[in-house]
Design a binder for this molecule. Structure first.
Ligand code: NAD
Length: 429
């Protein structure tokens, strides 16, 4: 098993599924299928740069706390590094490194000229005031100032962060360099150069891929029964768009629990409820409570894990009754569970395809920012649909030609393109 010497900071604990080793396993599988040169595999198995910074923050009660912030830059062979910033208590350097690698393959799969990166701070945003979060974000940005830039590394929102944090990052970077630099982040507010359609983009991409996959089984979105774990940025946008397209979203959940309604939830009403209820769906009157564990095993046409990694594991995979799993979250299905699902003939739409809508519109935001020409939402959504559907068809074709799973097909396309570019550029010196 390949693993990076740069990632020795955190010794793994027993029974721990190492996300970086999982990511390397998928890479190795793709490399085997592609008959990749060993030297190229070796290069791609290691992040190019790993940065960990201390973030001292003065809490509102004057106590000083020091947090650890990471930024991992996996590969910039195709263009500037690109990847989200995650605020979640479970953030580790290994997880951030795995997610950075996934971003490299995702961008290459979608044909976007970016490399992969990811950042994160292990904190629970709910336990910090807005002022504290602003101080943390600004200090984190300032510590990374030499490692990021519009032509170098462009952060975006991920779990626990949003347009608000991107605005603080953009402002901190701009003040430090002495002029406004909108291109330093994507997913920022429209008032400072954000793109229309960005907020819903990942969810829209999920909806498009689910639509295509159902169409391939001669099923329409209309009336399709869908369960969604996670009702944050991605889960709630996917739920709304699927609901608007006529699907029945029968269950959704948040960290505090889930809800179920056989006839389909009224998603616009639920969104308004969650907004008033500290982002939780628990207690929604027109539904019955359901646990996160039970949601994952509901009989349905499509299961969309849109929260955390490692939700479908060897422990619960045999209870999964969905016909299609669309990985809106990154890495929600473990390696072993994935093998079992493949053997059972359950379609898994892999994360690097299913949740790529966010990075596609981030790219469109960056392009608009560089050209100083801003598009209406219809144009953004049209470009997004074109790129998502094109990538989906390429993955299906690759899977059919080589008789491989959709995940391996997506990986071979992504990894293959990066490997080709690496081979064409050559090794320096
Ligand atoms: P978010 O913070 O907006 O929402 C996360 C949701 O998951 C919340 O509803 C939260 O309550 C729920 N959740 C947390 N812990 C849970 C648990 N134990 N069980 C069930 N639900 C739980 O985050 P997001 O931006 O929607 O990201 C979700 C996933 O999608 C992550 O894996 C992220 O990497 C991935 N992703 C996000 C984007 C993006 O544009 N935001 C793009 C690509 C991939």
């Amino acid at each position: 098993m390949l693993s990076s010497s740069l990632l020795q900071l955190e010794p793994p604990t027993p029974a721990y599924i190492c996300p970086y080793e999982q990511a390397c396993s998928y890479l190795e599988e793709a490399a085997k299928e592609l008959k990749l040169d060993q030297g190229i595999l070796e290069v791609l198995s290691h992040p190019r740069k790993v940065v960990t910074v201390s973030i001292p923050v003065k809490r509102d009660n004057s106590e000083v706390q020091v947090l650890a912030g990471h930024r991992v830059q996996h590969c910039d062979i195709l263009g500037p590094y690109k990847g989200g910033i995650r605020y979640h208590p479970a953030v580790t350097l290994r997880e951030v490194s795995a997610l950075a690698m996934l971003m490299t393959w995702k961008c290459a799969l979608l044909g976007i000229p970016y490399g992969g990166a990811k950042g994160g701070i292990a904190l629970d945003p709910k336990r910090y005031s807005v002022g504290e979060l602003e101080r943390i974000t600004r200090r984190y940005t300032s510590e990374l100032i030499k490692d990021i830039g519009p032509a170098v590394d462009i952060p975006a929102p991920d779990m626990g962060t949003s347009a608000r944090e991107m605005a603080w990052m953009m402002d901190t970077y701009s003040v430090n360099v002495g002029h406004a630099v909108p291109g330093i982040v994507t997913g920022k507010p429209i008032s400072i150069g954000g793109s229309r359609g960005r907020e819903m983009a990942t969810g829209r991409g999920v909806m498009l891929i689910v639509r295509e996959a159902l169409a391939d089984t001669a099923q329409s979105l209309v009336g399709a029964r869908i369960a969604i774990q996670g009702f944050g940025n991605v889960g709630s946008a996917a739920a709304l768009l699927l609901h608007q397209a006529g699907a029945k979203v029968i269950a959704v959940s948040t960290g505090s629990g889930g809800i179920f309604c056989e006839d389909g939830l009224d998603i616009p009403v639920l969104k308004a409820y969650a907004a008033q209820n500290r982002k939780s769906v628990v207690g929604f009157l027109q539904a019955t409570p359901i646990s996160n564990a039970d949601l994952l095993t509901l009989p349905c046409d499509v299961l969309i894990p849109a929260a955390l990694e490692n939700q479908i594991t060897e422990d619960n995979v045999n209870q999964v009754q969905a016909k299609i799993i669309a990985e809106a979250a990154n890495g929600p299905v473990t390696l072993l569970a994935n093998q079992i699902l493949e053997a059972k003939g359950i379609t898994v739409l892999p994360d690097i395809l299913a949740n790529a809508g966010g990075v596609v519109v981030s790219y469109l935001e960056w392009v608009q920012g560089l050209s100083y020409v801003f598009w209406d939402e219809e144009r953004v959504n049209k470009e997004l649909e074109y790129l998502m559907v094109q990538a989906y068809r390429q993955v299906i074709q690759q899977s059919k030609i080589h008789q491989i799973s959709l995940r391996l097909a997506a990986y071979t396309l992504g990894v293959g393109r990066v490997a080709q570019a690496l081979s064409d550029r050559g090794l320096y010196p």
